[in-house]
Design a protein around this ligand. Structure first.
Ligand code: GDP
Length: 484
């Protein structure tokens, strides 16, 4: 019944989208990535560059001078928070600080007026397109596989993962709490809350910089949005036997019910109301964080990306497959923050990301969608230079590290510019997946967070747009054809 209702609703939504689309062409661009991958920075930079006529040589419409006007407009979805573009720009440009990261879904509509490149289509097309940018946490996509799993299956998997030796240090409290509870005993709320809290804390610690694990659903536990504290988010996996599940009011029964609620009030609405309406998608990946954390984090990122990418090619018979009447036809997987590396390493970063998603792309048979990979920096916080060291030329990057950042024994003050030898990535991406030397003792990249760049002003006092690395290539792939 629900599935029928879902289908009807999505069909109606798509119909409305299409009907308005004829009069007013729109393109819905999804921006996803695990937390801190760079979604907020990417959207802010993309919009800023379009509004301020940024230097975008690889974005054909802009490079050819065919964009006549760009402006922000009221977004079409009244129930979705607006992406706070103005606040984010102010923070980055005026304070030279990074904006607050994505916590939940948000949306922004940017309308572009342009002259078509061909005289023929100029006759017919209005030369106007609205780009609806939908920003959402990639963690939410990791929830899709839960729809096919009951509570017992979800629990068995989650507990098995928590017991992995590499996770002993972060999962200890949760496993101890779990051990003290009899799933068949009558549930009480304080204990349920403690279980959920220790489980959430374990998921959270898995995401810390030094661990950098990615594959830890339920996604909403870390990105609760406005559902924080609700029963649908207050459960934990339990070793629940059939007998325990059958006892009314037992921990097993209560948590199983909440798990089902999580799927129906949290997971399904997101896929139905937002995901199923996207036309294009960019998936941002912070590969460098995983590389620095070591091979386990790299392999884990690979699994997470595979899980995420399956959402874009669900089986026809699956719940999501039956909802997707419009198809995402372009997916860009973008390694962000390439400005932390010297140009000489960008190709290697791209090769690593290609390797990370290769299997997933092949397995999911993206026959209908173009998938591309790019190494980019939505905002370029560094410039390149070289220093002489013992007669050898070393490529370095120069920027202002954020206050409190450290390399070796040095702590930065957030004011002084510094040249840093960023380190180098291996020529063979396979090196990073190897099991030997699991510890992160051979950190390949010297990673410090830099402040956003100081924006130059023209002689007339105009602020120039934010500098970037290959943001224009990303834009051309994602929207270029619609401005041809
Ligand atoms: P979100 O959680 O995906 O929205 O991530 P954000 O966009 O907030 O980015 C997280 C952090 O990554 C920022 O605070 C910056 O420190 C850093 N970052 C993101 N994009 C870039 C980039 O293009 N260049 C540099 N240097 N840092 C970036």
């Amino acid at each position: 019944m629900t599935s029928l209702a879902d289908e009807a609703r999505i069909a109606l939504d798509n119909l409305t989208d299409r009907a308005t689309g004829i009069l007013h062409p729109t393109l819905r661009l999804g921006v996803a990535g695990l937390s801190r991958a760079g979604k907020t920075v990417f959207i802010t930079a993309l919009v800023h560059n379009l509004l301020h006529g940024g230097r975008l040589p690889l974005f054909a419409a802009q490079a050819g001078g065919r964009i006549t006007r760009t402006y922000l407009e009221e977004q079409p979805d009244d129930a979705v928070p607006r992406f706070q573009y103005e606040d984010h720009v102010r923070k980055m440009v005026e304070e030279r600080l990074w904006p607050a990261s994505t916590r939940a879904i948000s949306e922004l509509r940017l309308t572009i007026e342009f002259d078509s490149a061909s005289g023929w289509s100029r006759l017919f097309s209005a030369g106007r397109i609205s780009l609806d940018i939908v920003d959402y946490p990639g963690e939410w996509l990791l929830d899709l596989p839960l729809l096919d799993k009951d509570f017992a299956a979800f629990s068995a998997e989650a507990i098995e993962r928590a017991r992995l030796p590499a996770r002993a240090a972060i999962a200890g409290d949760f496993l101890a709490a779990l051990g003290s509870v009899d799933p068949a005993a009558p549930a009480d709320e304080p204990t349920s809350q403690r279980l959920a809290a220790t489980f959430t804390e374990y998921l959270r610690r898995g995401r810390e910089d030094t661990t950098a694990l990615s594959t830890l659903p339920p996604g909403r536990f870390l990105m609760p949005g406005d559902l924080e504290g609700s029963p649908a988010l207050t459960f934990a996996p339990l070793a629940a036997s059939k007998e325990a599940l059958a006892v009314k009011g037992s921990f097993a029964a209560v948590h199983a019910r909440r798990y089902e609620a999580y799927k129906s009030v949290v997971v399904k609405p997101f896929f139905r109301d937002h995901f199923a309406r996207l036309d294009r998608q960019i998936l941002l990946v912070d590969a460098m964080q995983a590389i620095n954390a070591g091979p386990e984090a790299v392999r884990d990122l690979e699994t997470a990306l595979a899980d995420i990418l399956t959402c874009f090619r669900p089986g026809r018979a699956s719940w999501l497959g039956s909802l997707l009447s419009r198809r995402i036809d372009r997916i860009l997987v973008a390694a962000t923050k390439a400005d932390h590396l010297h140009r000489e390493s960008h190709r290697k970063l791209e090769a690593i990301v290609r390797r990370l998603v290769d299997d997933a792309v092949r397995r999911a048979e993206f026959s209908g969608a173009d998938v591309d990979v790019v190494a980019m920096a939505a905002v370029r916080a560094t410039r390149e230079a070289s220093v002489e060291d013992k007669g050898e030329r070393l490529p370095v990057i120069v920027g202002t590290p954020m206050a409190g950042e450290r390399i070796g024994g040095e702590t930065f003050d957030g004011i002084a510019e510094t040249a840093i030898f960023p380190g180098d990535l291996p020529d063979d991406p396979g090196e990073l997946f190897k099991r030997s030397g699991e510890a992160n003792d051979a950190v390949p990249i010297n990673f410090v967070r830099f402040r956003p760049p100081r924006l130059e002003r023209t002689a007339e006092g105009l602020t120039l747009s934010l500098p970037h690395i290959r943001l224009d290539r990303a834009m051309q792939f994602l929207i270029g054809d619609r401005l041809a």
